[in-house]
Ligand binder design. Structure first.
Ligand SMILES: *Cc1c(COP(=O)(O)O)cnc(C)c1O
Length: 335
């Protein structure tokens, strides 16, 4: 695949580390070796997966002559933090529309990513109730800015469209180059699955390169079948955009919903266990909303014997640790 034909800003300056987790693998005691792709260490303030997607989306915005980025997310959105971060870097304005997926959860004084929205000088935040049509809400902001003479560009939630997901098609190619270089055979991949562009991009990157490593997505929000359809749709949209004729088969897309707990962004015991375990065995910081729940999935599946003994399992760490600071009581109480 020729991803170089798409404009990028060059935010991903070097491959992120791909590391073995020896202490964690031992503590897990399930006879599997766990490796981690450290996309928490991507550039952009606070790090995390959205940088790979924004690399393509912001290039498109600038090529279209836009001067303002508009995007949306939850009240502790890492995607909003990174969109703002790259807007600052580019000298663009950034307006956010935040969805209260948990009623009344927006608090302008909150810590974590919310604090960073203020610190990095967000131009404006619009708060929307759960279930709001976020595209329409962003369009409303765009119309108002256009009337004022600005040139706004809307990035969908999570930058999970065909273009943004190219970031994870590219990540898959980066992973394959790394495991080839070190001579490692990966038997299984585990990825967080939210707005679906990360999971979809990884799957598209595999299909486009004729790679058949099983991928297990761990959903953080939607029911299994809804999430799997979202992943399939975006994966195929990316393949079409690249000009690859092959399409993803539905059976290749798995996104378990067993680790969501009471709902998006709401803590679970297994998330707390996972975050503490990675912090205390490897000094790796996960997050409460995505990578913590995804790792809880990996831990549970490994304990149930889902990965054959001797397997090398690669976990994609998508970042999000700034959100930890909005969850202090959860970790102090142990729940
Ligand atoms: C957005 C996000 C994800 C999920 O990625 P999607 O492409 O939205 O599915 C996972 N982890 C973190 C930390 C995120 O911010």
């Amino acid at each position: 695949m020729n991803l170089a034909k798409f404009a990028r800003r060059g935010y991903v300056t070097a491959p992120t580390p791909l590391e073995f987790l020896p202490n964690f693998s031992r503590a897990l005691g399930a006879g599997v070796s766990v490796y981690m792709k450290r996309d928490d260490m991507l550039p952009g303030a606070g790090g995390g997966n959205k940088t790979r997607k924004l690399d393509f989306c912001v290039a498109d915005a600038l090529n279209k002559g836009c001067d303002t980025l508009i995007t949306c997310g939850a009240v502790q959105s890492n995607h909003c933090r990174l969109t703002l971060s790259w807007a600052v870097h580019e000298g663009m304005d950034c307006h956010l529309v935040l969805e209260e997926r948990v009623p009344d959860s927006y608090n302008p004084e909150a810590s974590g990513n919310n604090f960073l929205f203020q610190l990095m000088g967000v131009k404006n935040i619009t708060v929307a109730q759960k279930g709001t049509d976020m595209m329409a809400a962003m369009q409303k902001v765009a119309d108002k800015l256009s009337a004022e003479g600005k040139k706004p560009y809307i990035i969908p939630g999570g930058a999970s469209n065909a273009l943004g997901s190219l970031g994870y098609v590219s990540c898959m190619e980066e992973i394959m180059a790394q495991v080839f270089h070190i001579g490692l055979k990966i038997d299984h991949m585990v990825v967080p699955s939210g707005s679906a562009g990360t999971h979809g991009g990884i799957i598209a990157g595999m299909i486009g390169n004729n790679i058949d490593i099983p991928v297990t997505g761990i959903g953080v929000n939607r029911p299994k079948l809804v999430q799997e359809q979202a992943v399939l749709t975006v994966a195929n949209a990316s393949l079409e955009l690249i000009g690859v004729d092959v399409r993803v088969l539905a059976e290749k897309v798995v996104a378990f919903d067993d680790y969501v707990g009471p709902g998006y962004s709401l803590p679970t015991d297994s998330m707390v266990e996972a975050v503490k375990m990675l912090a205390q065995t490897e000094a790796v910081l996960l997050d409460p909303v995505y990578s913590g729940k995804a790792m809880a999935g990996l831990i549970d599946l490994a304990r149930k014997g889902y990965f054959p003994k001797g397997s090398n399992v690669l976990f994609l760490h998508t970042g999000g640790s700034p959100a930890l600071y909005a969850y202090l009581p959860t970790f102090r109480q142990g729940k």
